[in-house]
Write a protein that binds this ligand. Structure first.
Ligand code: NAD
Length: 301
Protein backbone atom coordinates (compact mmCIF):
# COMPACT_ATOMS: atom_id res chain seq x y z
CA UNK A 1 0.00 0.00 0.00
CA UNK A 2 1.35 3.44 -0.90
CA UNK A 3 1.97 5.78 2.03
CA UNK A 4 -0.93 7.87 3.29
CA UNK A 5 -0.55 11.50 2.15
CA UNK A 6 -2.30 14.67 3.27
CA UNK A 7 -1.35 17.09 0.46
CA UNK A 8 -3.47 20.27 0.22
CA UNK A 9 -5.15 19.50 3.54
CA UNK A 10 -4.89 21.63 6.66
CA UNK A 11 -4.39 19.94 10.00
CA UNK A 12 -4.89 21.85 13.25
CA UNK A 13 -3.00 20.27 16.13
CA UNK A 14 -3.67 21.72 19.57
CA UNK A 15 -0.95 21.47 22.19
CA UNK A 16 1.57 20.77 19.42
CA UNK A 17 4.57 22.29 21.18
CA UNK A 18 5.68 18.99 22.70
CA UNK A 19 4.81 15.36 23.40
CA UNK A 20 2.12 13.76 21.26
CA UNK A 21 1.11 17.04 19.61
CA UNK A 22 4.60 17.68 18.29
CA UNK A 23 4.75 14.13 16.92
CA UNK A 24 1.45 14.65 15.08
CA UNK A 25 2.49 18.05 13.71
CA UNK A 26 5.84 16.90 12.32
CA UNK A 27 4.33 13.72 10.87
CA UNK A 28 1.44 15.43 9.04
CA UNK A 29 3.78 18.12 7.70
CA UNK A 30 6.12 15.40 6.42
CA UNK A 31 3.16 13.85 4.59
CA UNK A 32 2.30 17.06 2.73
CA UNK A 33 -0.23 18.76 5.04
CA UNK A 34 -0.34 22.42 6.05
CA UNK A 35 -0.12 22.37 9.82
CA UNK A 36 -1.31 24.83 12.46
CA UNK A 37 0.95 24.28 15.45
CA UNK A 38 -1.06 25.54 18.42
CA UNK A 39 0.47 25.75 21.86
CA UNK A 40 -0.02 28.04 24.81
CA UNK A 41 3.43 27.12 26.06
CA UNK A 42 2.68 26.78 29.77
CA UNK A 43 3.77 24.18 32.33
CA UNK A 44 2.15 20.76 32.45
CA UNK A 45 0.04 22.09 35.34
CA UNK A 46 -1.28 24.87 33.11
CA UNK A 47 0.83 27.70 34.54
CA UNK A 48 2.43 30.46 32.43
CA UNK A 49 2.60 30.98 28.67
CA UNK A 50 5.35 31.16 26.04
CA UNK A 51 5.50 31.35 22.26
CA UNK A 52 8.65 29.27 22.19
CA UNK A 53 7.04 25.80 22.30
CA UNK A 54 5.03 26.35 19.09
CA UNK A 55 7.80 28.35 17.38
CA UNK A 56 10.40 25.60 17.81
CA UNK A 57 8.10 23.02 16.18
CA UNK A 58 7.21 25.36 13.30
CA UNK A 59 10.92 26.02 12.66
CA UNK A 60 11.63 22.30 12.70
CA UNK A 61 8.85 21.61 10.18
CA UNK A 62 9.98 24.44 7.90
CA UNK A 63 13.61 23.32 8.08
CA UNK A 64 12.48 19.89 6.84
CA UNK A 65 10.66 21.53 3.91
CA UNK A 66 7.16 21.41 5.40
CA UNK A 67 4.43 24.04 5.78
CA UNK A 68 3.39 25.23 9.24
CA UNK A 69 2.24 28.28 11.17
CA UNK A 70 2.21 28.86 14.89
CA UNK A 71 -0.74 29.82 17.04
CA UNK A 72 -0.32 30.66 20.72
CA UNK A 73 -3.94 30.90 21.90
CA UNK A 74 -5.41 28.77 24.62
CA UNK A 75 -7.77 26.12 23.28
CA UNK A 76 -10.46 27.90 25.31
CA UNK A 77 -10.33 30.41 22.42
CA UNK A 78 -10.69 27.76 19.73
CA UNK A 79 -12.15 30.21 17.21
CA UNK A 80 -8.80 32.04 17.08
CA UNK A 81 -6.96 28.81 16.35
CA UNK A 82 -9.29 27.90 13.49
CA UNK A 83 -9.03 31.49 12.24
CA UNK A 84 -5.26 31.04 12.01
CA UNK A 85 -5.83 27.98 9.78
CA UNK A 86 -8.21 29.89 7.51
CA UNK A 87 -5.99 32.96 7.27
CA UNK A 88 -2.81 31.02 6.60
CA UNK A 89 -4.11 28.19 4.42
CA UNK A 90 -7.71 29.05 3.48
CA UNK A 91 -9.18 25.83 4.91
CA UNK A 92 -9.33 23.34 7.74
CA UNK A 93 -9.75 19.61 7.14
CA UNK A 94 -8.51 17.84 10.24
CA UNK A 95 -8.65 18.82 13.91
CA UNK A 96 -6.59 17.00 16.51
CA UNK A 97 -7.86 18.03 19.94
CA UNK A 98 -4.74 17.12 21.88
CA UNK A 99 -3.84 19.98 24.26
CA UNK A 100 -3.93 19.02 27.89
CA UNK A 101 -2.69 19.60 31.41
CA UNK A 102 -2.75 17.77 34.73
CA UNK A 103 -3.72 19.01 38.20
CA UNK A 104 -3.39 15.73 40.12
CA UNK A 105 -4.38 15.91 43.77
CA UNK A 106 -6.28 13.55 46.07
CA UNK A 107 -10.02 14.20 46.04
CA UNK A 108 -9.89 15.18 49.71
CA UNK A 109 -7.52 18.04 48.87
CA UNK A 110 -8.98 19.05 45.51
CA UNK A 111 -9.73 22.77 45.13
CA UNK A 112 -12.32 24.29 42.81
CA UNK A 113 -9.42 25.82 40.85
CA UNK A 114 -7.97 22.33 40.16
CA UNK A 115 -11.34 21.14 38.89
CA UNK A 116 -12.21 24.25 36.88
CA UNK A 117 -8.90 24.57 35.05
CA UNK A 118 -8.95 20.93 33.95
CA UNK A 119 -12.52 21.32 32.68
CA UNK A 120 -11.63 24.54 30.86
CA UNK A 121 -8.64 23.14 29.01
CA UNK A 122 -9.90 19.65 28.20
CA UNK A 123 -13.68 19.97 27.91
CA UNK A 124 -14.22 23.59 26.93
CA UNK A 125 -11.06 23.54 24.81
CA UNK A 126 -12.13 20.53 22.73
CA UNK A 127 -15.61 22.02 22.38
CA UNK A 128 -14.43 25.46 21.28
CA UNK A 129 -12.02 24.14 18.65
CA UNK A 130 -14.51 21.67 17.21
CA UNK A 131 -17.32 24.25 17.30
CA UNK A 132 -15.23 26.73 15.34
CA UNK A 133 -14.18 24.14 12.72
CA UNK A 134 -17.66 22.61 12.36
CA UNK A 135 -19.19 25.13 9.88
CA UNK A 136 -16.17 24.69 7.57
CA UNK A 137 -16.42 20.91 7.80
CA UNK A 138 -20.14 20.94 7.06
CA UNK A 139 -19.81 23.33 4.15
CA UNK A 140 -17.06 21.34 2.45
CA UNK A 141 -18.67 18.01 3.41
CA UNK A 142 -15.38 16.84 4.85
CA UNK A 143 -13.89 16.84 8.30
CA UNK A 144 -11.91 14.52 10.53
CA UNK A 145 -11.60 15.01 14.30
CA UNK A 146 -9.63 13.17 16.96
CA UNK A 147 -10.41 13.86 20.59
CA UNK A 148 -8.08 12.72 23.32
CA UNK A 149 -9.34 10.72 26.27
CA UNK A 150 -7.18 8.72 28.66
CA UNK A 151 -7.11 5.44 30.54
CA UNK A 152 -7.76 7.61 33.60
CA UNK A 153 -11.07 8.65 32.04
CA UNK A 154 -12.09 5.12 31.11
CA UNK A 155 -11.02 3.44 34.35
CA UNK A 156 -10.32 6.20 36.90
CA UNK A 157 -6.94 7.22 38.25
CA UNK A 158 -5.84 7.89 41.81
CA UNK A 159 -5.63 11.65 42.39
CA UNK A 160 -7.26 12.34 39.03
CA UNK A 161 -10.97 12.91 39.71
CA UNK A 162 -10.85 16.17 37.73
CA UNK A 163 -8.78 14.79 34.82
CA UNK A 164 -10.72 11.49 34.68
CA UNK A 165 -14.06 13.34 34.50
CA UNK A 166 -12.76 15.62 31.74
CA UNK A 167 -11.31 12.71 29.80
CA UNK A 168 -14.45 10.57 29.87
CA UNK A 169 -16.30 13.68 28.71
CA UNK A 170 -14.30 13.33 25.48
CA UNK A 171 -16.03 10.01 24.85
CA UNK A 172 -19.59 11.37 25.09
CA UNK A 173 -18.53 14.42 23.09
CA UNK A 174 -17.04 12.20 20.37
CA UNK A 175 -20.03 9.84 20.20
CA UNK A 176 -22.39 12.78 19.71
CA UNK A 177 -20.29 14.62 17.13
CA UNK A 178 -19.87 11.33 15.26
CA UNK A 179 -23.67 10.99 15.02
CA UNK A 180 -24.25 14.62 14.02
CA UNK A 181 -21.32 14.72 11.61
CA UNK A 182 -21.89 11.50 9.67
CA UNK A 183 -24.27 13.05 7.12
CA UNK A 184 -21.61 15.65 6.29
CA UNK A 185 -18.70 13.22 6.05
CA UNK A 186 -17.32 14.48 9.35
CA UNK A 187 -15.80 11.49 11.15
CA UNK A 188 -14.92 11.79 14.82
CA UNK A 189 -12.99 9.29 16.92
CA UNK A 190 -11.40 9.33 20.36
CA UNK A 191 -8.12 7.84 21.53
CA UNK A 192 -6.83 6.89 24.95
CA UNK A 193 -3.11 7.15 24.28
CA UNK A 194 -0.11 6.24 26.33
CA UNK A 195 3.21 7.87 25.52
CA UNK A 196 6.36 9.22 27.05
CA UNK A 197 6.01 12.98 27.54
CA UNK A 198 6.57 15.53 30.27
CA UNK A 199 3.17 14.39 31.58
CA UNK A 200 4.30 10.81 32.13
CA UNK A 201 8.08 11.11 32.62
CA UNK A 202 7.77 11.62 36.37
CA UNK A 203 5.48 8.64 36.95
CA UNK A 204 7.06 5.92 34.77
CA UNK A 205 10.53 4.33 34.82
CA UNK A 206 12.95 5.28 31.99
CA UNK A 207 13.00 1.80 30.37
CA UNK A 208 9.21 1.78 30.09
CA UNK A 209 9.21 5.33 28.71
CA UNK A 210 11.72 4.27 26.06
CA UNK A 211 9.14 1.89 24.52
CA UNK A 212 6.36 4.50 24.64
CA UNK A 213 7.47 7.02 22.04
CA UNK A 214 4.71 9.44 20.92
CA UNK A 215 5.61 8.29 17.40
CA UNK A 216 3.88 4.99 18.11
CA UNK A 217 0.53 6.76 18.60
CA UNK A 218 0.72 8.76 15.36
CA UNK A 219 0.05 6.00 12.76
CA UNK A 220 -3.40 5.12 14.17
CA UNK A 221 -4.36 8.79 14.18
CA UNK A 222 -3.18 9.08 10.56
CA UNK A 223 -5.34 6.11 9.54
CA UNK A 224 -8.42 7.54 11.27
CA UNK A 225 -8.14 11.07 9.81
CA UNK A 226 -7.17 10.04 6.27
CA UNK A 227 -9.73 10.41 3.48
CA UNK A 228 -9.51 6.65 2.89
CA UNK A 229 -11.29 6.19 6.22
CA UNK A 230 -14.92 6.48 5.19
CA UNK A 231 -16.60 4.46 7.94
CA UNK A 232 -14.70 4.46 11.22
CA UNK A 233 -16.39 7.03 13.44
CA UNK A 234 -17.54 7.25 17.05
CA UNK A 235 -14.92 4.70 18.07
CA UNK A 236 -12.66 4.59 21.11
CA UNK A 237 -9.11 3.29 20.68
CA UNK A 238 -6.44 2.44 23.19
CA UNK A 239 -3.05 3.12 21.61
CA UNK A 240 0.59 3.23 22.64
CA UNK A 241 3.85 1.28 22.73
CA UNK A 242 2.83 -0.66 19.63
CA UNK A 243 -0.55 -1.73 21.02
CA UNK A 244 -3.70 -0.63 19.14
CA UNK A 245 -7.14 -1.86 20.20
CA UNK A 246 -10.73 -0.72 20.06
CA UNK A 247 -12.66 -0.40 23.30
CA UNK A 248 -16.46 -0.78 23.51
CA UNK A 249 -19.29 -1.04 25.97
CA UNK A 250 -20.41 -4.44 27.17
CA UNK A 251 -23.80 -5.15 28.72
CA UNK A 252 -24.54 -8.12 30.97
CA UNK A 253 -27.57 -10.34 30.41
CA UNK A 254 -29.37 -8.29 33.05
CA UNK A 255 -32.69 -8.76 34.75
CA UNK A 256 -36.04 -7.62 33.38
CA UNK A 257 -38.47 -7.08 36.23
CA UNK A 258 -42.17 -6.32 36.32
CA UNK A 259 -42.71 -2.58 36.86
CA UNK A 260 -45.17 -2.82 39.71
CA UNK A 261 -45.04 -3.08 43.48
CA UNK A 262 -42.98 -6.30 43.21
CA UNK A 263 -40.01 -4.22 41.94
CA UNK A 264 -38.34 -3.98 45.36
CA UNK A 265 -34.68 -3.94 46.47
CA UNK A 266 -35.19 -7.60 47.45
CA UNK A 267 -36.38 -8.46 43.91
CA UNK A 268 -33.20 -6.97 42.48
CA UNK A 269 -31.02 -8.84 44.99
CA UNK A 270 -32.72 -12.08 43.95
CA UNK A 271 -31.68 -11.44 40.34
CA UNK A 272 -28.20 -10.04 41.20
CA UNK A 273 -26.53 -12.94 39.39
CA UNK A 274 -28.30 -12.03 36.12
CA UNK A 275 -27.51 -8.33 36.57
CA UNK A 276 -23.83 -9.34 36.63
CA UNK A 277 -23.92 -12.17 34.09
CA UNK A 278 -21.49 -11.41 31.29
CA UNK A 279 -21.54 -14.95 29.87
CA UNK A 280 -23.55 -13.80 26.82
CA UNK A 281 -22.68 -10.12 26.54
CA UNK A 282 -24.28 -7.53 24.29
CA UNK A 283 -22.36 -4.57 22.88
CA UNK A 284 -24.81 -1.69 22.78
CA UNK A 285 -24.11 1.22 20.47
CA UNK A 286 -27.05 3.43 21.17
CA UNK A 287 -30.25 3.90 23.09
CA UNK A 288 -32.44 2.06 20.55
CA UNK A 289 -31.42 -1.32 21.82
CA UNK A 290 -32.20 -0.30 25.41
CA UNK A 291 -35.66 0.90 24.37
CA UNK A 292 -36.34 -2.55 22.82
CA UNK A 293 -35.56 -4.05 26.22
CA UNK A 294 -37.97 -1.69 27.94
CA UNK A 295 -40.68 -2.72 25.49
CA UNK A 296 -40.05 -6.36 26.41
CA UNK A 297 -40.38 -5.30 30.05
CA UNK A 298 -43.74 -3.65 29.39
CA UNK A 299 -45.01 -6.98 28.05
CA UNK A 300 -44.21 -8.54 31.45
CA UNK A 301 -46.29 -5.99 33.34
P1 NAD B 1 2.40 17.35 26.94
O1 NAD B 1 2.35 18.11 28.20
O2 NAD B 1 3.74 16.98 26.39
O3 NAD B 1 1.63 18.11 25.79
C1 NAD B 1 0.46 18.86 26.00
C2 NAD B 1 0.63 20.19 25.30
O4 NAD B 1 -0.57 20.94 25.43
C3 NAD B 1 1.75 21.04 25.93
O5 NAD B 1 2.70 21.41 24.93
C4 NAD B 1 1.01 22.24 26.49
O6 NAD B 1 1.75 23.46 26.44
C5 NAD B 1 -0.23 22.30 25.63
N1 NAD B 1 -1.34 23.00 26.29
C6 NAD B 1 -1.73 22.88 27.58
N2 NAD B 1 -2.77 23.68 27.82
C7 NAD B 1 -3.06 24.32 26.66
C8 NAD B 1 -4.04 25.27 26.27
N3 NAD B 1 -4.94 25.74 27.15
N4 NAD B 1 -4.05 25.69 24.99
C9 NAD B 1 -3.13 25.24 24.09
N5 NAD B 1 -2.16 24.36 24.41
C10 NAD B 1 -2.13 23.90 25.67
O7 NAD B 1 1.52 16.03 27.17
P2 NAD B 1 1.16 14.79 26.21
O8 NAD B 1 1.43 13.57 27.00
O9 NAD B 1 1.73 14.92 24.86
O10 NAD B 1 -0.43 14.94 26.16
C11 NAD B 1 -1.18 15.15 24.98
C12 NAD B 1 -2.62 14.75 25.23
O11 NAD B 1 -2.69 13.35 25.47
C13 NAD B 1 -3.26 15.39 26.46
O12 NAD B 1 -4.61 15.69 26.19
C14 NAD B 1 -3.17 14.33 27.52
O13 NAD B 1 -4.13 14.50 28.53
C15 NAD B 1 -3.39 13.10 26.68
N6 NAD B 1 -2.88 11.86 27.27
C16 NAD B 1 -1.56 11.60 27.32
C17 NAD B 1 -1.15 10.39 27.87
C18 NAD B 1 0.30 10.02 27.90
O14 NAD B 1 0.60 8.86 28.27
N7 NAD B 1 1.21 10.90 27.54
C19 NAD B 1 -2.06 9.49 28.37
C20 NAD B 1 -3.41 9.77 28.29
C21 NAD B 1 -3.81 10.96 27.72
Amino acid sequence: MSELRFDNQTVVVTGAGGGLGKAYATFFASRGANVVVNDLGGSFKGEGTSNKAADVVVEEIKAAGGKAVANYDSVENGEKIIETAIQAFGRVDILLNNAGILRDVSFKNMKDADWDLIMKVHVKGAYKCARAAWPYFRKQKYGRVINTASAAGLFGGFGQANYAAAKLAQVGFTETLAKEGLKYNILVNVIAPIAASRMTETVMPPDVLESLKPDWVVPLVAVLVHSSNEIETGSIFEVGGGHVAKIRWERAKGALLKTDSTLTPGAILKRWKDVNDFSEPEHPQGTANFMEKLEEGLKLS
